[in-house]
Structure formats: C-alpha cells, structure tokens
Design a protein around this ligand. Structure first.
Ligand code: ZN
Length: 340
C-alpha cells in the first residue's frame, strides 16, 4: 500500500535541452537526438529507482512538451502553420500548430520510448499521453471547428497508440487533462466521453491526471485568483467516479483543494500530490508524511498512491531528485506507522 509514483515528467539533463524551461529547445543535433533522449531515460529511471519510487515513468525525456510531443506524429496537423493563442481559458499564451485536415496517426508515436523504458526497469511502468480535451485546448483548428468532434478524433488516435503501448508491457496508461480544471461544463458535455474513447479496450490500469499546472508564473498567478477554496474537482470527481478510469491523479500539496472532495471519487485509486512542484524548496519526509496522512482521512491507504502535484520538468534536477527522495521517504514513514 501507499505505492509512490510521479505525475510524469522530470527535468532533462542540461546537455539535452535548455534547463528549467517549458517547451525547451533540444540542444543536440538531429542525428544524435534520439540516442541522447534514450540516455536521459536511463537516468530518469535510475533517479526514480534510487529514490525508491514504486511506479516509474520515462520522465518524458523524449518530448519537448507533453502535448506537442505526441502531435508531431499525427497527420492533419501543420506545424509550419503556428499561431499564438491563449490556452487554458487564456491563462497564458502559447505558440501552437494548426489542425488543417482529418486527424490520423501516421504510425507508432511512443512505441520505441516504451520499449526502451520497459527493457531498463523491472519496476511498474507508467506512460503518460495528453488527454483529448487538453490537446484540443493546445492547438489551433481550421478543419473540425468543433471542440467535441476534434476531441473525439484525437481520442481515436490516442486509443490506437495506447493499445500498442499496453501490448509492450505498460502497467499504467495515464492521460493528462489539466484542461479538466478549466472547462468544467465541457468535462460533463464531452470530456468524459472523449476519455472513455481514448481508453476503450485497455486492460492495463488507466489514470487521468488533473492539476493546476506546472509551477510557472502564469499558473501561480492564476491560483491567486481562485479564492480560498479550489472547488473545481467538486464538479469533475462525481463524473470520474462513475467513469471507467481506474485512477485519478490530482494536486493536494500546498493547495487550497478541500480534501473532503476526495470522497467524491468513491472507490477510485487516488494519486494524491504529496509534493509541490511550484516551489524549489524540497519537502522533508515528515512534511510529505503529513500530506499523506491528511489525504488518508478521506482515502484508505490501499487506494492511495503518494505522487507529485504535477510534472517536474521545469525544476532544477537536484531539486527534483530531492523531491523524489522526500516522496518515497515520506511514504515509508506512514507505512511504518500503519504496520506499527
Ligand atoms: Zn499536471
């Protein structure tokens, strides 16, 4: 019980991509990039194993961004037609590619990444994919002109991809849906349907990650506007409780999410953020343990997976390593008292 995991991303080595930056450019020439990414995955796996993380990821070392890394391999998207749009309800600007035709997968996107990671760890392996709603919110569209239809088109290619990745030995497929905390009406209208289409037929564990974003200034400023209690999950958790998704990853540490909302998830596994990614201060194991115990008032330890609030891609590597160690050590502290 209390198996630890991370939301997904880890910082990249400074020789691979510009550190501490979202959408960081690659620093290796094209002919050496794939090899460098594979080396970085080995480090990411080793860092998690050394820290004592139970369910590991590839640290998302092979993608520049959690959404566009996948889209690069999808037909119907013009990466030369880039426009700057406001994303997450105009919280911040991003330069995004444009959908110009029917969405189709050109072929496997992350198969080599999963094959490589699977071959180099015996731990349970999770792989993250962008969720359909979050993709739709991170792209311009000149073809479908309907967010639901576009989301379902992406869900179809995500499902093709997820089935292949599962067959390569994944334990968990996670869809990242930070947009679920922004477009609450859309979650109900079509967001859950799109998630279901994306996980259709999967037999491995499925998860959805819904957060308040990376620790970048635009997100920190946004959180200041959300008031004393963040109740976005109150709308989405009852819908997720009825869904076929197995696990829900959410933000708890240092957040204003009222933890009693966790009860709304019924019997789902809860990947609770016990480590904050918006600060460079490394939590002590005791602080992590306190976060876990606070969640345990609402979620039994068998269904609780201590996790990071969100990805750690923009943090310095030593900070991320410290947070991994604190996460595992904090979970150990709680386990020891439960066995007591
Ligand atoms: Zn996140």
């Amino acid at each position: 019980m209390l198996l630890t995991t991370i939301a997904g991303s880890l910082p990249k080595p400074a020789w691979l991509a510009t550190p501490e930056m979202l959408w960081a450019p690659w620093l290796l020439p094209a002919d050496r990039l794939a090899e460098g990414q594979r080396d970085a995955v080995l480090i990411a796996l080793k860092d998690q194993e050394a820290a004592g993380i139970d369910v590991v990821t590839d640290g998302e070392q092979s993608r520049q961004h959690f959404v566009h890394g996948f889209l690069r391999h999808v037909e119907g998207i013009d990466f030369d037609k880039r426009v700057t749009i406001g994303i997450r309800a105009d919280r911040y600007k991003a330069e995004v590619p444009t959908v110009t035709g029917p969405i189709r997968r050109r072929g496997p996107v992350h198969s080599n990444d999963v094959r490589w990671a699977r071959a180099h760890t015996t731990k349970r392996l999770k792989f993250t994919l962008p969720g359909p709603m979050t993709i739709v919110d991170t792209i311009a569209d000149e073809h479908y002109r309907d967010r639901r239809a576009l989301a379902l088109a992406f869900a179809k290619v995500l499902n093709e991809e997820a089935r292949e990745l599962e067959a390569l030995g994944l334990d968990v497929v996670q869809l990242d849906e930070p947009a679920f905390n922004v477009y609450l009406d859309d979650v109900e209208a079509w967001g859950i349907d799109a998630l279901h289409a994306a996980i259709d037929g999967l037999r491995c564990t499925t998860a959805v990650h819904i957060c308040y974003g990376y620790g970048i200034k635009a997100n920190i400023d946004w959180k200041q506007t959300l008031g004393g209690e963040w109740r976005q999950y109150e709308r989405t958790f009852p819908l997720l409780a009825k869904s076929r998704i197995g696990q829900v990853s959410l933000e708890c540490a240092n957040s204003r999410v009222p933890l009693e909302l966790l009860k709304l998830l019924d019997d789902k596994d809860v990947l609770a953020g016990a480590v904050d990614v918006a600060t460079r201060t490394i939590e002590t194991p005791e602080e992590v343990a306190a976060n876990i115990r606070a969640v345990m008032k609402h979620v039994p330890p068998e269904r609780l997976f201590p996790c990071t609030n969100c990805g750690m891609v923009v943090l310095p590597r030593e900070v991320a390593r410290g947070k991994l160690r604190a996460l595992a050590a904090g979970a150990d502290l709680v386990r020891a008292t439960l066995r007591g």
